[in-house]
Design a protein around this ligand. Structure first.
Ligand code: NAG
Ligand code: NAG
Ligand code: NAG
Ligand code: NAG
Ligand code: NAG
Ligand code: NAG
Ligand code: NAG
Length: 760
């Protein structure tokens, strides 16, 4: 009763309809706090507008479950400084209080007047719906997906390709984005529901379009939710019909402008440079300390006048115009105590009078003052990167509980330093195009053992990267060294494998990188060799499995086993005896997959063991029935690491001899063999340049006569390019400042720790 009355009162105060046009908005939350039998849920609401953004939100609480709803005043957070009233954004917050005996909370706000749009939408409703059960995995109420957009997204008609939206989940849940049920989906726009990317499927119409999306999160592990009255529900991953834990609506407009002559990034459309955080980055801010985000963009034939920002209240922005069409922006914000543990979405675009850059979004997590600056350095070499941490600068760090992005790689240490080395294709290293630089990124994370209930170690997250100027093509470099695989494990230090194809059974004449894909005929004998290199001398290599796939995805369901559980599975496979325990050589007759496949990749899982360790996997050899629970002889052997070689490409016997050089290996002239496109990001990178742009003219001129504009691989394989590379890499050696964060899965561990201390 009382709750109902309060809602009516709020209604009367705010009215139902807003006065000015609606251009969309977003909502973000802090996970609900429990206080004396009530939940307090604070939602931060950002509102998009053009000239004015001062409308007060008027959220209502569905089902009358709220005992109070308090709204703050509306504060302008960003505004067009180019005097065109192209955008403004404001933020207000609303705190709902309700009794803990409710299992969900649903809030909505509505109005009459979308800005005039192609779809003819008028009424709007923004809404959120959250489950108030305590999750069994985090012991907390679920956190909703974090999202926002800048107020005004605009694209020349011929330049629209995609809009990457922010869809970050603080609990690590899977987020799905979809158009809301009542949305009128603008023609020729599609949405990738898993990456939350808006794309076009045909020419998009000029003018303003309205988008209404629902972001929902689903756990990736089975969990149970426990409510205040003691009831529980189970959420099973396998159940595709399970309800989401949270639903947050995101509304925005996209304005399609008349076409422009040139859509090339960095021409008139601004392009972000490498100093800018990556899309989806999680950054950390500390209560009471000024937090900064720096972004830099360039447009050679337009001037960047401003940056549009979607950020929290009281954020400040300083924009500087620089030489060569560059401009930079510094955002500053000081979190208050009430912001602690919030995940705050921040998005921005660089603006010229005619157009804007892509939208970049990051998430800022606010922590208590527990951030330690550690000392670390990164060394970038042509085929690997090494990260070294100084132990003394990071008290409390435990090297035995650190891993790289791919958890099969850990780190090694001596008495003063912690070290890890990896190649650009191993240990989960990611490649990213940053406009002017190509960046290889990895990170050091601490991990917990599943059996540990309480963790007393510090939580560590250290990002590091190697960046290379885009004037050299790293993508081709990257695949050129495909056969170099470098890993680090705590008890083995750094070690690497090369995986090569040889021309004959002497294994001395390897097929050079420039000759890939290797052309073979059916039934021709193929010679392959795996060589391990290790800092330790007393080791042997063991090939636990080798399988063939039609592409370089070793998990392809279409595959053929050559070696499995250490046992020979193919009758044409012959393993050569070797005196060198770190080398494994074999031959196999060429075969191909039936159907429309003309390529084969070989992926092997390899293990290094200490020689003479009787229970190691290497000592066991072929296992007919491998026991799944075999305990690893820890310290005596590495985990299995995957290494891939290929492709072998089949030519029919009828191929004229002229196309084939000596030893049946042909030098391919196609510039972009499929191996180069290793990941989605690499993919993106390939779109934007051609060899001629990538290489300095001198390099192209020095290529073999008749090869101008020819294969990148061939150019790379000349000595000149090697030298050029060596210097380029030296110049770009990057030393990163590193921050260790005890950001916490964080606070829970800390909270539990403090509870423990005070309780006992
Ligand atoms: C929730 O608790 C309030 C008092 O705290 C009570 O008035 C209300 O009836 C309860 N609602 C439900 C659904 O149990
Ligand atoms: C828009 O809202 C008004 C007032 O609530 C309502 O009368 C009208 O039918 C709505 N229009 C549409 C198209 O839903
Ligand atoms: C959608 O795309 C198709 C193909 O490009 C085009 O023929 C059609 O006119 C487009 N629709 C609109 C509304 O622009
Ligand atoms: C989740 O629970 C279902 C049913 O209890 C079970 O079949 C499934 O294996 C579980 N999945 C995971 C990932 O634990
Ligand atoms: C924001 O700044 C205003 C003054 O500009 C100040 O009164 C207010 O307390 C600040 N609010 C927050 C949330 O920091
Ligand atoms: C900016 O663009 C608008 C139209 O898009 C135009 O009217 C205005 O003159 C331009 N201003 C400048 C400074 O180029
Ligand atoms: C530990 O390794 C680092 C990095 O390789 C090296 O600089 C340092 O001198 C080594 N310390 C000792 C005590 O060997």
């Amino acid at each position: 009763m009382e709750a109902g009355a309060i809602i009516l009162l709020l209604f009367a105060l705010h009215g139902t309809a807003s006065a000015s046009s609606f251009y969309g908005g977003s909502i973000s939350f802090r996970a609900p706090k429990e206080k004396a039998g009530t939940y307090q849920v604070t939602l931060h609401h950002r509102q998009n507008g053009r000239g004015s953004c001062s409308d007060k939100p008027s959220f209502q609480c569905d089902g009358g479950v709220c005992t109070s709803l308090d709204s703050s005043e509306v504060l302008l957070t960003d505004q067009d400084s180019m005097g065109q009233d192209r955008w403004c954004q404001s933020e207000a917050h609303t705190t709902a209080t309700l009794s803990t005996n409710h299992s969900s909370l649903s809030l909505r706000d509505s109005g009459c007047c979308w800005a005039s749009n192609v779809e003819g939408k008028t009424n709007w409703t923004s809404s959120v719906e959250l489950d108030l059960g305590t999750r069994s995995d985090t012991q907390e109420v679920n956190s909703c997906p974090v999202t926002t957009t800048v107020s005004s997204l605009r694209f020349p008609q011929n330049c629209f390709t995609r809009v990457r939206l922010l869809a970050h989940d603080p609990d690590g849940d899977k987020v799905r984005c979809r158009f809301t049920k009542d949305a009128t989906v603008p023609q020729n726009f599609t949405l990738d529901e898993t990456t939350c990317t808006l794309m076009s499927s045909g020419q998009v119409g000029v003018n303003v379009h309205v988008f209404e999306l629902m972001l929902e999160d689903f756990p990736t592990k089975n969990i149970t939710l426990t409510y205040a009255d003691g009831t529980t529900v189970t959420r099973e991953v396998s159940n595709v019909n399970q309800p989401s834990l949270c639903k947050v609506k995101l509304q925005f407009t996209v304005e399609i402008l008349s076409p422009i002559p040139n859509c090339e990034l960095g021409h008139v459309q601004p392009m972000f440079l490498s100093a800018t955080p990556s899309h989806d980055d999680v950054l950390y801010a500390t209560v009471g300390q000024t937090f900064q985000i720096y972004a830099q963009a360039q447009a050679n034939h337009a001037s960047i006048k401003d940056f549009q920002v979607s950020g929290p209240r009281n954020i400040t922005k300083v924009v500087k115009e620089e030489n060569f069409g560059k401009a930079s922006m510094t955002l500053r914000w000081t979190p208050l105590q009430s912001d602690v543990y919030r995940f705050i979405p921040v998005c921005f675009t660089a603006e010229t009078n005619e157009t804007q850059s892509e939208m970049r979004c990051v998430v800022v997590m606010v922590t208590q003052a527990t951030i330690i600056q550690g000392k670390a350095s990164v060394q970038c070499l042509p085929n690997k990167m090494t990260v070294v941490l100084e132990k003394a600068s990071m008290p409390g760090i435990d090297e035995n509980f650190l891993e790289l992005k791919d958890s099969s790689c850990s780190l090694t240490s001596n008495s003063t330093h912690i070290m890890g080395t990896m190649s650009f294709s191993t240990c989960g290293t990611k490649i990213e195009d940053k406009g002017d630089f190509i960046i290889f990124q990895n990170e050091i994370n601490s991990f917990e053992l599943p059996t540990e209930v309480i963790v007393r170690r510090k939580t560590v997250k250290i990002g590091f990267s190697c960046q290379f100027p885009k004037t050299i093509s790293i993508s081709s470099y990257f695949s050129l060294h495909k056969s170099d695989y470098i890993f680090t494990e705590s008890n083995f230090g750094s070690f690497g494998y090369t995986f090569e194809i040889f021309r004959d059974g002497n294994f001395s004449n390897k097929v050079p990188a420039k000759a890939y894909p290797v052309e073979v005929k059916l039934l021709q004998t193929i010679y392959m060799g795996i060589q391990a290199q290790s800092e330790l001398s007393n080791v042997q290599v063991f090939v636990e499995s080798c399988k063939a796939t039609p592409d370089d995805n070793p998990d392809n369901s279409l595959s053929y086993n050559l070696i499995q559980n250490g046992c020979n599975k193919d009758e044409t496979l012959k393993v050569y005896r070797s005196d060198d325990p770190t080398s494994f050589k074999f031959e196999v007759q060429a075969f191909k997959f039936t159907g429309n496949y003309d390529q084969v990749y070989i992926t092997c899982s390899v293990i290094l063991c200490e020689i003479g360790s009787p229970f190691s996997r290497c000592a066991q050899g072929c296992l007919k029935e491998p026991s799944r629970r075999r305990k690893r002889a820890v310290g005596k052997e590495t985990v299995g690491h995957s290494i891939t070689q290929g492709p072998l490409r089949f030519v029919s016997q009828a191929v004229p001899e002229v196309a084939v050089d000596e030893d049946d290996v042909m030098i391919m002239n196609d510039v972009m063999p499929d191996v180069m496109i290793k990941s989605n990001t690499a993919d993106v990178m390939m779109e934007s340049y051609t060899p001629a742009e990538v290489f300095p003219p001198t390099l192209l001129r020095k290529a073999e006569p008749g090869e101008e504009g020819g294969s990148i691989r061939e150019i790379l394989n000349t000595n000149i390019s090697t030298i050029f590379f060596a210097t380029a890499f030296l110049v770009s050696l990057v030393v990163m400042a590193v921050v260790i964060r005890h950001f916490s899965i964080k606070r829970r561990a800390d909270d539990r720790k403090s509870l423990l201390v005070s309780g006992w």
